[in-house]
Write a protein that binds this ligand. Structure first.
Ligand SMILES: [Zn+2]
Length: 396
């Protein structure tokens, strides 16, 4: 029933236009009677599920009227445009395309009306997945001030989908020039993606990542990639400088690089510096991975007892599954042989399995969960919205 009602929407739009025409042109009785008969026939086609025939009939009605009037009216144009949009909104892109192409090719419509038709055609092609066709239409519309911002936004969508990062950068930078309030986060990730596509061009790689940081100083991804770059070159101080930026850019991502930060401090023979960093990190924002790294560090430095005491304190303050897992391991190690120890070992395994098998990342925007970190959410298409769960203390 709902489907039937939806089918009637285009007819309602068409009929509204028809009624307006009729009141304005009472002297066209004969034409209108013919129109009325065709309208009923079209409706019958729809009711008997012959949608293709109905669309053909309605289109021919509109085009016939257009020819008879010689000059197409504004309302007729709008009726056809709306009809096409309605078909697209219900996924019938081929019909939407036919209607909008008819408008674009009609000799009766103005330049401005054809621009509107082109914009709808671009949307039709986007929906059909013909990105190159959509791209051509949006490029055509770039010179029109009224359409420029929307076209640039749509072009960035297209280049994101086709992973043409250089083009995405060019378009996003143009967009920023005419709409400076645009969010710069996507542009910083286009630069990161572009850098990753040129792993052998070191100069361009570093330049692109610095561009990402200049557009979005909080782009943790660019800092991590630059840190990785210098770590690989064994330039530990530089690497550390970039890795530690993440603490103030977005501390949630620290869990991704704690091992690398430790490796830098070890290489620089500065373990006290590492401890200091961990303490500072937890003051900025609590993170269970930092808790665990700190406990491990204290165990190596001051022994198991000190580490256990620290861990117990952490669990009381901010309980999380991963610190609890470590706590049970300590308890199992200390327990005397017997049923108690066996139970603790079993519990340790169960909690470990839960951590291992659970999702480790979650999009705070749409709730999408994954096992791997992705900078672009495949579900809601937001950049930087997927975070490690242990950082946001969701594994509890
Ligand atoms: Zn999402």
């Amino acid at each position: 029933m709902l489907e039937l009602l939806f089918l009637l929407l285009p007819i309602a739009a068409l009929y509204g236009w028809y009624m307006g025409q009729r009141s304005a042109k009472k002297d066209q009785e004969t034409v209108n009677n013919q129109f009325s008969r065709n309208y009923v026939t079209g409706l019958n086609f729809l009711l008997s599920n012959q949608q293709e025939k109905a669309v053909d009939l309605f289109l021919s009605m509109l085009q016939k009227q257009e020819t008879e009037n010689q000059i197409a009216t504004e309302s007729q144009f709008e009726a056809e445009l709306t009809l096409g949009n309605l078909f697209r909104s219900r996924g019938e892109v081929d019909r939407a395309l036919r209607i909008h192409q008819g408008l674009e090719n009609s000799p009766h419509y103005s330049f401005e009306q054809k621009l509107l038709a082109k914009q709808q055609l671009a949307k039709d092609f986007m929906m059909a997945g013909f990105y190159d066709r959509a791209e051509n239409y949006y490029i055509t519309l770039l010179d029109e001030p009224e359409f420029a911002v929307n076209s640039l936004m749509k072009l960035t969508d297209i280049y994101q989908k086709t992973k043409e990062w250089k083009k995405a950068i060019n378009v996003a930078e143009k967009l920023l020039r005419i709409a400076p309030e645009t969010d710069k986060t996507p542009l910083s990730h286009y630069y990161c993606e572009y850098a990753k596509s040129l792993p052998n061009d070191e100069k361009q790689y570093v330049y692109s990542l610095n561009q990402a940081l200049s557009y979005s100083p909080n782009c943790a991804r660019a800092s991590i990639l630059l840190g990785d770059f210098y770590l690989q070159k064994q330039q530990y101080s530089s690497a550390l400088g970039y890795f530690e930026q993440v603490l103030h850019q977005d501390a949630d991502y620290l869990s991704e690089i704690l091992d690398k930060i430790k490796a830098c401090y070890v290489a620089l023979n500065d373990l006290n510096g590492f401890e200091l960093f961990l303490v500072k990190a937890n003051q900025v924002k609590h993170n269970s991975s930092v808790d665990l790294a700190l406990v491990e560090f204290i165990e190596q430095k001051d022994g198991i007892e000190a580490a256990q005491s620290r861990l117990y304190q952490q669990i009381r303050q901010s309980p999380s599954l991963i610190t609890f897992h470590r706590f049970i391991a300590y308890q199992a190690d200390e327990a005397e042989e017997g049923r108690g120890k066996e139970s603790l070992i079993l519990l340790h395994k169960m909690v470990g399995d839960r951590i291992q098998n659970g999702f480790h990342y979650r999009c705070f925007h749409c709730g999408y969960q994954s096992y791997r970190l992705a900078w672009h959410c495949p579900s809601c298409r937001h950049w930087e919205s997927i975070k490690p769960m242990q950082s946001i203390d969701e594994i509890r």
